[in-house]
Write a protein that binds this ligand. Structure first.
Ligand code: ATP
Ligand code: MG
Length: 323
């Protein structure tokens, strides 16, 4: 564990609001932040990240709304929710129904969802036909932003750069890109960069920022995973989150039980990695969490070692040196 990564903010900097303060009292007026979790590559851990980041943030007493924008509805089932006809965002997108009426609670305290169902599969075509077709999700989310009930909205995007993903990127304040530790990991990231530039230059979403890249499914036993992390770090160093999510059997099993990892296997390496990622996620936004298991800045409540980017870099350097 890199202890430097969990030290409190520098003392001379102005006091940073804790997550607790951020969600209570006056500062509540700060608006809900919307994050799209996207990568056009399939199976890289988008849905796993949305579900488990949401649950780990909720452990810190933050209020999270998950929007399942993928017709596969994996975030919906992964949060223990059954698809219901007419329950998806489709009605808000096409029939202009108030999106806040589509919100349902999940098995996880603090995590609500606007579920997906099959009708979203047709939404691409219907949204494309509507006026202002890039802004349908953004418009639908207006009441959610205005109500200011949530600290974060996490949008789980489908594995394409189709109209639903473009809408999510237009609606979002920022983008998180999960990237699998595999050979072709970097392929496609340039496309996402170009897309962000287009959304800036075209005026659809001049504020959108690439918040961070999360390396997923890291397998410490393979040299390839280590090399991939190094390579991505070389290209996008400052954008990569410190926490690296390991390949973990429990993470793969949890969705079939309709639970996030923090409920299904709270002591597992996967659960601890997503808790640590939640901490990274908040820190990058200048929020220091007041709650959760490892807030003494040194020890983890569950004492499961978590791999981070510096450890991998160090290990790779050691290997290179000895070979
Ligand atoms: P899609 O592009 O199809 O929406 P995705 O990017 O949302 O996929 P996930 O569904 O999160 O990817 O993950 C793909 C598969 O890998 C799932 O079966 C998931 O349970 C499994 N998985 C994700 N992350 C891990 C991990 N760290 N360790 C083990 N299995 C994982
Ligand atoms: Mg998915």
């Amino acid at each position: 564990m890199n202890e430097a990564s969990i030290q409190p903010e520098a003392p001379e900097s102005p006091p940073t609001p804790t997550a607790h303060e951020e969600v209570s009292g006056e500062s509540r007026s700060s608006r809900t932040k919307v994050f799209a979790v996207a990568n056009q590559k399939g199976g890289v851990g988008k849905t796993t990240t949305v579900i488990n980041l949401a649950a780990a943030l909720a452990e810190r007493e933050l209020k999270i709304l998950v929007i399942d924008l993928d017709p596969q509805a994996n975030a919906t089932s992964g949060l223990g929710f059954f698809q219901q006809e007419g329950g998806s965002l489709y009605r808000a997108l096409i029939e202009k129904e108030d999106a806040s009426k589509l919100i349902r609670s999940t098995v996880v305290d603090g995590v609500d969802i606007i579920p997906s169902e099959l009708d979203l599969a047709g939404a691409e075509v219907d949204v494309a036909r509507s006026d202002n077709y890039l802004h349908c999700v953004s418009e639908a989310l207006k009441p959610v932003r205005e109500q200011n009930t949530y600290d974060f909205v996490l949008i789980d995007c489908p594995p394409s750069l189709g109209i639903l993903t473009m809408n999510a990127l237009t609606a979002a304040d920022a983008l998180v890109v999960p990237m699998q530790c595999e050979y072709y990991a970097l392929e496609g990231l340039n496309v996402i960069h170009r897309l962000i530039d287009q959304l800036h230059e075209g005026g659809a979403n001049p504020q959108l920022r690439l918040e961070g890249i999360l390396m997923t499914m890291f397998d410490a036993r393979t040299n390839l995973a280590t090399q991939v992390v190094k390579e991505v770090n070389r290209h996008f160093g400052e954008r990569i989150y410190e926490t690296v999510i390991p390949r973990n059997v429990r993470l793969g099993e949890a969705p079939s039980y309709g639970k996030p990892i923090t409920h299904y296997a709270p002591h597992s390496a996967g659960a601890e990695a997503y808790r640590r990622f939640a901490e990274d996620f908040l820190k990058r936004q200048g929020i220091v969490s007041a709650t959760a298991g490892n807030n003494d800045g040194k020890t983890s409540k569950y004492r499961v070692p978590v791999v981070n980017i510096h450890m991998i870099e160090g290990e790779a350097a050691a290997k290179t040196g000895s070979s």
